[in-house]
Design a protein around this ligand. Structure first.
Ligand SMILES: *Cc1c(COP(=O)(O)O)cnc(C)c1O
Length: 434
């Protein structure tokens, strides 16, 4: 299957180019030429399917022209080797826990799958592929883990200094081997801008083979659709009411994956894009006019994005028609006080402990649903212990760090400090190109 640029449908490339280049030269985003529908019997039998079976089936639907069944099954099995349990927290309210992978955030799904897909696509190529990732927190660790020690690939991670949590920093800034971390004196948007500028720099791209692992890469988006199918698979065992899904959103990759699943036939009544004070999208839905903003810092920091990079895909899927988007997606913004109060209230009422991102998702669901008799699923995108300071503060508790996170805390920082000027970043890239 080919992948076209959202800025020019006549520019289309094969899977390998779409995945290795990450971004089309016209600064659009790659989209699959066809979003294939899944057969009726897939949905009739969905409740008997594991997430791994779902991963195999959906992957084959997209990639069978490009890779052998054996390769596709290996990629799916080796990357999706953990569960995404659906937990009921009250009547009609469910949480899909996406934090059971190695870095305890949902980005493990996309990052693990993409790294394995890439390694299959480049296996016969000898030039090192340099992956650039701007991270507002969790992307960096998921990508670094996914690619750690993979032959033929070097990863450079950029993160905004002082704007990620201690645990997140320990997970990305302490790695070695084929991973380098740059601590940028700037915001996440600055980091994202540096990466985008490098991709569009013709002179640089003659010297070094650059690739992206941000949620702009289509190879991260497709595997994120798996857990939407898995959510419905698990829910069908308990209830047959219609379903709302609330997605705590930053760059809108997660939501875009849900919309792709819906196009493939997933029965979802409506999506809620729940955002923090970074309210670019709800303002767009209200006014019908898109205007990027600067990002502002919040306690749900992985969603501190003022110019969400996947909106181009959502506009493409709905022909930039705000009315069509509104029929499918509602969006609400919540501030940090509301988020803190929600963590506290839900914990007191149900015993369920949300992280700040999931709490924003919960707020979005309740605001949209009100008294309707309808199932609501909140995507819980990170383990609460990743935001221990905030969660402990709100609940007067002392959350135990899971072993998986504890082992990072004693590591030594190896990151390189850099200012936010493109010239410094370019010098660094040329120095590693060898
Ligand atoms: C990245 C991230 C988000 C936002 O996901 P997008 O796909 O960028 O919208 C939400 N929560 C957590 C914990 C994240 O790491």
């Amino acid at each position: 299957m080919n992948y076209y640029s959202t800025k020019n449908k006549n520019h289309s490339v094969n899977l390998k180019d779409a995945v290795l280049k990450g971004l089309p030269p016209d600064n659009g985003l790659y989209m699959p030429e066809i979003i294939p529908g899944l057969p009726q019997d897939f949905f009739e039998n969905i409740s008997s399917k594991s997430i791994n079976e779902i991963a195999r089936i959906v992957s084959k639907t997209f990639f069978s022209e490009d890779l052998s069944d054996d390769d596709i099954e290996w990629i799916a099995d080796d990357s999706i080797n953990f569960e995404a349990p659906l937990v009921q927290i009250s009547t009609n309210t469910f949480v899909l826990e996406l934090f059971h992978g190695p870095t305890m955030a949902f980005k493990d799904f996309g990052a693990r799958f993409m790294s394995r897909l890439m390694s299959k696509l480049i296996s016969k190529q000898d030039k090192t592929v340099h992956i650039l990732v701007a991270t507002s927190g969790d992307t960096g660790s998921a990508v670094a883990q996914g690619f750690y020690d993979v032959d033929g690939i070097h990863v450079t991670i950029l993160y905004p200094s002082g704007k990620v949590s201690k645990i997140q920093e320990q997970q990305i800034a302490t790695l070695d081997k084929n991973i380098t971390t740059l601590e940028i004196d700037g915001t996440f948007d600055d980091c994202q801008h540096l990466v985008k500028t490098a991709f569009l720099d013709k002179e640089l791209n003659k010297k070094i083979l650059l690739s992206s692992a941000n949620s702009i890469n289509i190879a991260r988006l497709i595997p994120q659709s798996f857990y939407y199918f898995s959510a419905i698979s698990q829910l069908e065992k308990v209830s047959d009411l219609p379903v709302l899904i609330s997605v705590p959103s930053g760059n809108f990759g997660n939501l875009t994956a849900g919309l792709i699943a819906q196009r493939m036939g997933l029965p979802v009544e409506h999506y809620i894009a729940a955002v923090n004070a970074n309210d670019t999208f709800p303002i767009y839905l209200e006014s019908g006019k898109f205007e990027a903003k600067s990002s502002v810092k919040t306690i749900s920091n992985a969603m501190d994005v003022g110019n969400p990079s996947n909106l181009g895909r959502i506009f493409d899927m709905f022909e930039s028609n705000p009315e069509r988007i509104r029929q499918n997606i509602s969006s609400f913004s919540f501030n940090d006080d509301e988020t803190r109060n929600t963590i506290k209230k839900v914990y007191a009422e149900t015993g369920y402990l949300f992280d700040p991102h999931g709490a924003v998702g919960y707020l979005g669901l309740e605001k949209y649903r009100q008294d309707q008799q309808i199932n609501g699923i909140i995507l819980e995108t990170a383990h609460p212990a990743k935001f221990k300071d905030i969660v402990d503060d709100v609940t007067d508790g002392n959350l135990e760090l899971p072993e998986r996170l504890k082992k990072y805390m004693s590591r030594t920082k190896t990151s390189i400090g850099l200012n936010r000027n493109y010239a410094s970043f370019k010098d660094y890239l040329i120095s590693i190109a060898g």
